[in-house]
Design a protein around this ligand. Structure first.
Ligand SMILES: [Zn+2]
Length: 316
């Protein structure tokens, strides 16, 4: 249970914030990982934070606690604290800055070679201040951001005052492709904001490779001491064991040992992410439906196109 803290004894703007970023491709279990990490003391799971200014706040979408985000006591406090000294319209302006600086479609910017372009300082300042507001409001030392986008990871790594650690989460590309082939209709209270799914397997194979390679690049920028790879399948096999190195990386291990067995995961205030966050307490299970349900021809398409990378991650 997160207690909302409304008063701050000291100005946190000067202090660094520890951010654990979950990067990789979609349908890889990032929301479950975010929720699992948040079961440990001192760790706050923010969900896909990059979507807060883009559509979650403007559309007043649902928080994992079941409230709409503007009615959620935690997020309304965070946003009030974050924007209290900012002019009206800042949320909207910040949303545009996030779209601009975190666009995967701009490869030079994603690779960080276009440098200090106009607007970046404003983007960096507001991003750092948002994390600070989360830290002060929740009292948690580590903030998990499971936005996934590798370009957001690269941008966060360039912001002074953010101590970024990167968890590169991956899942078997064939399972991801099967998940993307299935369709989900819009269901706002279930956390589905727009129709999703129906993607051809080969399209997913290409995107799965590109996003994982970009996440590897982001990890090389963050550095070996501050990045770690995790296969979602290894997490479902041994949830606590798989997260121990991750918690150790963000120096949360000592305070968290024996804190939870992760037998049941309680949703917190993940502000965006998979619809699984809206389903109440969660039991982790091995999701391998694709092994029996995915059409053979689609599985072979993914294996032919992405085989080298499936082998790289020990799936073949
Ligand atoms: Zn909430």
């Amino acid at each position: 249970m997160i207690e909302v803290r409304t008063s701050s004894a000291e100005d946190g703007a000067a202090r660094n914030v520890s951010v654990l970023y979950v990067g990789g491709y979609g349908r890889s279990g990032s929301t479950v990982i975010d929720m699992a990490l948040a079961q440990f003391p001192g760790v706050f799971g923010a969900g896909e934070l990059g979507n807060l200014p883009r559509h979650v706040w403007p559309n007043d979408e649902y928080c994992a606690c079941g409230a709409r985000v503007r009615a959620c006591p935690l997020w309304s406090s965070i946003v009030e604290r974050w924007l209290e000294r900012e002019p009206p319209g800042t949320m909207e302006r910040y949303g545009h800055l996030c779209v601009r600086f975190e666009a995967v479609r701009n490869p030079l910017q994603t690779l960080g070679v276009t440098g200090w372009t106009r607007g970046f300082q404003e983007y960096a300042r507001l991003t750092k201040n948002l994390f600070t507001a989360i830290q002060e409001t929740t009292g948690c030392r580590v903030i998990v951001d499971s936005s996934k986008s590798p370009s957001r990871a690269l941008q966060l790594s360039r912001i002074a005052g953010i101590d970024l650690s990167l968890l590169h989460l991956m899942r078997d590309g064939r399972g991801v492709a099967w998940s993307m082939m299935k369709t989900h209709e819009v269901d706002l209270s279930a956390g589905v904001q727009r129709p999703v799914g129906g993607a051809p397997a080969i399209r997913t194979a290409h995107r799965w490779m590109a996003f994982n390679l970009l996440t590897e690049f982001a990890a090389s920028r963050v550095g070996a001491q501050r990045s770690i790879q995790l296969r979602y399948e290894d997490f479902t096999a041994d949830p606590v064991g798989a997260l121990q190195p991750v918690l150790a990386m963000v120096e949360a291990a000592r305070e968290t040992s024996d804190a939870t067995d992760l037998a049941e995961i309680i949703p917190g205030h993940q502000v965006a992410g998979s619809r699984i966050r809206m389903g109440g307490p969660l039991r982790i299970s091995r999701d391998a439906a694709w092994e029996v349900k995915m059409p053979e021809q689609d599985r072979l398409k993914v294996q032919r196109r992405a085989g080298w990378m499936l082998r790289r991650y020990r799936y073949l």
